[in-house]
Design a protein. Sequence first.
Length: 218
Amino acid sequence: MARITPTVPASMKLYKSPAGRGIFPSVTEILKVIEKPYYNRWRHRVGEKEAARIMADAATFGSRLHKVAELVACKQERSVEPDMQPYAAAVREFLDLYILDVLGTELEIVSPKLGFGGTIDLYGQMLDGSYVVVDFKSTGQLTREHGLQVSAYALLLQDAGMRINKRIVVRVKRDKPGTWYARNYSNHAEDVRAFLACKELWYWQKKNQLGKLAKGAA
């Protein structure tokens, strides 16, 4: 499995291969090509300043949640901060119900062959024997777009020689501490096609900018 170092030039989330094989977009960076008119309407309604504040707060909580999920998966729950304990309990409940063995957390994988990289929250074996990629979210709802994200992570795992049968996104509810909801994204082939189409569009849009960044990193 290739390890990578994240870099964020020009407001893009990119990964640079340590082997000098190029600069690659993250999965979430690629998915930015999907238009979100509802998001733009929300920003207009609340105002740019308030929207920026809300998004920054959500990003901070999301980062804390991912750290909590990692600590719980690694059986280090004693290190979880007191105010995050209810969310840790939600993650633990999910793991106890579905996961037999945690095989990796916060896995950073880059694939020059696939042309992208990503950080996978959790990879493990389920109680039914299948192998799963799990992504933890604190968003208001789980959408079809999240299916594209975990389909991309599945491709990265397969490229790294890992077995993968299922893709699950777990929403840990911020407004209801201790509660969670899991969605299994079963239409893998359709999601893969959609994600790869997004990837092609991203490279088409960023071709010139990515070329300049690659020259600067050489």
